[in-house]
Design a binder for this molecule. Sequence first.
Ligand code: MLT
Length: 248
Amino acid sequence: MRIDVAFGVGSVTPAETSGRLVVMIDVLRASTSITVALANDARAVIPIETPDDVVMRSKAFERRDVRLAGERRMNRIEGFDLGNSPLEFTREHVEGKTILMTTTNGTPAISTTQGARDVIIGSYVNYTAVLTMLRAALRGGTDIMIVCAGRERQFALEDAGCAGRYVANVTKRITGVELNDAAQSSLLIDRKYGDQFIRLFDASEHGRALREAGFEQDLIACAALDSYPIIPIYQDRQITKLGPDRER
Ligand code: MLT
């Protein structure tokens, strides 16, 4: 049994995700926003590479059925309905809608996960729901890969901290789990910050950049442990909520 962590999507190869349960983490903010959208009953979130492609794809839908969402340099893309703030994905805005979403790091990270057995989206807001699935997978003999989206394809402290929390708790009372070096170092970050997620965010470059750009309320929303206890799952190029109709 193995748990591997990848810091930044650049380091992930299809061979490493093949047959595994993959968790994609972009705590600030794509994972959190996707989770909030689905918890508020968005029909699906479709991750898309570029803003132009979002506009193109939207033409296949009735306008009233879709929301164009995403950011570049943290801010809403011009002409889009929503940015990438979890506070924007309210029931009023997203219920019953398909969200076409492009973000700088989070949505590209999802498409690096080809060949995985399943791909789910992890964050602090749905931490325990995802943890339960990870524990079940590991007990059933499925290896786990945690992909930290990172920032500009590189290491990001907040994603590593969240990954470390998963590694620490998934391996509790399960012996013989092998960890790669990144998984072991993620444990150290989780141990340093513990439940002090805002402290973790304030230590991270992206957390500081969001605060400076006026998104401090987003940091609070992203730190709200287990506030949206759902499991977003990526299948057939879209993310939906794992539930009775999509049990594994
Ligand atoms: C991303 O996907 O790069 C992030 O979610 C950026 C952001 O905070 O908007």
